[in-house]
Write a protein that binds this ligand. Structure first.
Ligand code: ARG
Length: 442
């Protein structure tokens, strides 16, 4: 029973939140005349001493005392005697744990938000450096159209901005105080929930006592936002893995973020990126675990809900680590610019530009232009050359209206420079986007 019942092994991480909640509660009980000021003073100094002992590693947790709440209360009793027993007036572990956990998740959203911001800064700085670094853009992992590496990196800045937005939303919604809901029904003592809510930095007390002790939406929202973040990090990690391969040869990661092989001396394995990609599995798993814990629970508290914490603690640790590892890799990698530009030019990536030119210059319907360029691509394939290497004669043999001006749009640089539409990949747009991103996110 003790082994299955106890949560102290993991919920000791809530000790600061638990003590802050108890101090707010005791202070309010004193202000309301429910406890004497002497008792309140003794309780608060006892709690502060416990907090210091735990922080310094001088506290022995007991599984027989089940959880962090009872461990702290028992220690308080040893230190200050009977007054300790008055702390739990007008409170239950049900509103207590919900309060502690909300405070913990609130801090986690803040810490994760800051770590993401640092990663965005790294991406924006590298985007600035590579605003004119040409590379192939892909669809279906097939060469599609040339873009710049700066533009590609800024795509992740946008994703991460939405991730921060989801965490900020989570924080806003979770920032209501369950304290004072007591076991589930409220209390007969004349408590002031506004007071404790304010003392703990909550915006207001939760409106319904039954909801206050039953709800774990805040943890689920955090895990859902974290799962989407993990998915974004995993996509970026996957790109780094691909790009660092000999076959792509787009980037190089230094020894700081790679490992060698024990038998193949030539290898430089992108382990950090692979592990970021892998860790998404555990984070998605945590979301599904907690959704499953909650889905069949009748109101209000059931002990099942004690299993809400490990998924959140473990995911937070994993997410912080993944964001910071990615931050390091983004600052670390160096791009092989000739290889990138060469890849952008091979694979007929500027075919659309010729089609666009035919439409713009000769008012040829796009579908017909598409057909003509199909023939041009086949000719380049036959000759084994790039589109911008085809002679004017070869081009005009397919379509006489093609001129030398058309040949110019077939280069990667011209193709990219022409994509000046809003949000497009032209270096002038990318430079503007970088300025804008700095203002929006940093
Ligand atoms: N350790 C418990 C948890 O984490 C605290 C709440 C216990 N409440 C109860 N009614 N048994 O959920």
């Amino acid at each position: 029973m003790e082994r299955i019942n106890a949560s102290i092994g993991f919920d000791q991480r809530l000790y600061r939140q638990d003590i802050a909640g108890s101090i707010a509660h005791a202070t309010m009980l004193g202000n309301q005349g429910i406890l004497s000021q002497e008792d309140v003073t003794a309780i608060i100094s006892g709690l502060k001493a416990i907090e210091q002992d735990i922080a310094e590693g001088n506290f022995t947790f007991s599984t027989a005392l089940e959880d962090i709440h009872m461990n702290i209360e028992a220690s308080l009793k040893e230190r200050i005697g009977d007054a300790a027993g008055r702390l739990h007036t007008a409170r239950s572990r049900n509103d207590q744990v919900a309060t502690d956990f909300r405070l913990w998740v609130r801090d986690a959203t803040d810490a994760l938000g800051e770590a993401i911001q640092s990663l965005q800064e790294a991406l924006i700085n590298r985007a600035d450096e590579y605003a004119e670094a040409y590379m192939p853009g892909f669809t279906h992992l097939q060469t599609a159209q040339p873009v710049t590496l700066g533009h590609h990196l800024l795509a992740y800045v946008e994703m991460l901005g939405r991730d921060r937005g989801r965490l900020a939303d989570t924080r806003k919604r979770l920032n209501e105080s369950p304290l004072g809901a007591a076991a589930l029904a409220g209390t007969s003592f004349p408590i002031d929930r506004e007071q404790t809510a304010r003392a703990l930095g909550f915006d207001r007390p939760m409106a319904n006592s039954i909801d206050a002790v039953s709800d774990r939406d805040f943890a689920l929202e955090f895990l859902a936002a974290g799962s989407i973040l993990a998915m974004h990090l995993s996509r970026l990690a996957e790109e780094l893995v691909l790009w660092a391969s000999r076959q792509f040869g787009f980037i190089r990661l230094s020894e700081a973020f790679t490992t060698g092989s024990s038998i193949m001396p030539q290898k430089r394995n992108p382990d950090a990126a692979e592990l970021v990609r892998a860790r998404a599995g555990r984070i998605f798993g945590a979301l599904i675990a907690l959704l499953t814990v909650m889905k069949g629970l009748p109101l209000t508290y059931s002990k099942d809900m004690q299993d809400d914490k490990e998924p959140v603690f473990e995911s937070t640790e994993a997410l912080m680590l993944c964001v910071r590892a990615m931050d390091g890799m983004i600052r670390d990698f160096s791009a092989n610019l000739p290889a990138l530009e060469d890849a952008a030019a091979s694979g007929f990536a500027t075919a659309t530009d010729l089609a666009d030119w035919l439409v713009q210059t000769h008012a040829i319907p796009f579908r017909e232009a598409h057909h003509i360029v199909g023939a041009v691509v086949r000719e380049a394939e036959t000759q084994g050359c790039r589109l911008d290497e085809l002679s004017l004669d070869s081009l005009q043999a397919i379509e006489p209206r093609i001129t030398q001006a058309a040949q110019e749009v077939l280069t990667v640089r011209a193709s990219v420079a022409r994509r000046t539409s809003q949000g497009g990949t032209a270096p002038i747009r990318v430079r503007e986007a970088i300025q804008h991103a700095r203002k929006r996110f940093l």
